[in-house]
Design a protein. Structure first.
Length: 395
């Protein structure tokens, strides 16, 4: 073992103090010293540096214990901004986000039928607009990308929706913007968002199944995001659940994505409307071609039996996936995110029922199934969260 250098020790102490203020603030210097086991002079020096950088500020006084009241410290939430990108949808979305996961500025650009170089050019256009949308120093760029992503090297290995193969996204954006860039699969960063900013205190193992345009899972084990070796962890959307079913974009037949994605649900609903003139879908949409998830939601709650059966079958297919996750990971918390979660408890009931029938009951009974708390911005927020541990030592 080599002795730590002065520089590495100082960096460690700075990150430790910043994380302690971030997690426990407002907090006094004396309480910081006790919480970190650092000496009072060391804490004072580190705090001075953090205040000089604008990361920490004094926010008032704490209660007195007999002497002068202590000065309290807090992280300045907008002292640094993060750029988060969600490139896994029919449109490319980006946001400027502060250190607490709060969105300060957003930009959406339509992808249309663009792919390859045109999709990459749209990514640049998106980041250009976001860079102009903040006056705070930028910590870096986090990206939730579709498909197989080598997060270690920042390479999108395969993304069928934009026809990317082995695109070195991290290096391209770092070279263009001169900022740190981190790239991971969109479903993986959704799990990171929920773990970092969601209502999951004291949870160390978490799975977020993101069901929208595509389907995939992000897995947090013992507080760490599982990427795969080097990629592919959580790629459940392309596991076959319906042999002989629809052809998937990946080339297989009957993948989970062909049954449960928003595209699959809308396609099936349009087929119901075309074949049944009495379907309540007609009450909420002028033609089958204009049916959306909102239309389907309305028909579901209006009591359309065909729509209810369809959503029940979607839930059963997701329940199969949940049972397989329990079989591999054991009891855990499984949360569903993405546009399909608009079907709420009706969908979850079917998921829970199927999971309980298919998984080992002692494990299934201790598995919590629910909805993610961060809504449609979950990938944007999770992409930005990639930066926090790497650049500031938070989380």
């Amino acid at each position: 073992m080599r002795k730590a250098s002065h520089s590495s020790t100082r960096t460690h102490n700075s990150r430790l103090v910043l994380k302690t203020i971030y997690d426990g603030g407002p907090i006094s210097r004396a309480d910081l010293s006790r919480a970190t086991d650092l000496t009072a002079p060391t804490v004072s020096d580190v705090v001075s540096d953090l205040m000089e950088q604008g990361l920490v500020e004094e926010v008032g006084y704490g209660p007195s214990t007999g002497g002068k009241p202590p000065i309290l410290l807090s992280v300045v939430d907008d002292s640094r901004h993060l750029i988060g990108l969600d490139l896994a949808r029919g449109d490319f979305r980006g946001a400027v986000i502060n250190l607490r996961g709060e969105i300060r500025h957003r930009v959406d650009l339509s992808l249309g039928d663009r792919s390859r170089d045109a999709a990459l050019a749209l990514t640049y256009e998106l980041v250009d607009a976001l860079v102009e949308g903040t006056d705070s120093p930028l910590l870096g760029i986090g990206i939730g990308a579709p498909g197989l992503v080598d997060a270690v090297n920042g390479v999108v290995q395969r993304a069928v929706n934009v026809d990317w193969r082995d695109v070195p996204l991290r290096d391209l954006l770092q070279g263009r913007y001169g900022l740190p860039v981190y790239v991971a699969n969109d479903c993986q960063v959704a799990a990171l968002a929920e773990y970092t900013f969601g209502n999951n205190e004291d949870v160390r193992d978490l799975v977020v199944v993101n069901v929208g345009y595509g389907v995939g899972a992000g897995i947090i084990l013992n507080g760490r995001l599982l990427h795969g070796n080097p990629s592919g962890a959580g790629e459940i959307g392309h596991v076959v659940v319906e042999p002989g079913g629809e052809r998937c974009q990946c080339g297989n037949v009957g993948c989970l994505e062909t049954v449960t994605s928003s595209r699959a649900i809308i396609r099936r609903a349009r087929a119901i409307a075309q074949s049944d003139s009495q379907s309540q879908l007609h009450q909420f949409s002028p033609s089958p071609e204009t049916i959306t998830l909102e239309t389907i939601y309305q028909a579901l709650h209006a009591g359309d039996e065909s729509v209810q059966q369809m959503i029940y079958e979607v839930g059963r297919s997701l329940g199969i996936a949940a049972a397989n996750l329990v079989g591999v990971l054991g009891s855990c918390r499984i949360l569903f995110a993405g546009s399909v979660t608009c079907f709420g408890q009706f969908l979850l009931n079917a998921v829970q029922e199927e999971m309980m029938q298919r998984a080992f009951s002692p494990l299934a009974e201790n598995t919590e199934v629910g909805l993610a708390s961060l809504g449609s911005d979950i990938v944007l927020i999770g992409a930005s969260a990639l930066l926090l541990p790497q650049e500031l030592g938070l989380f």
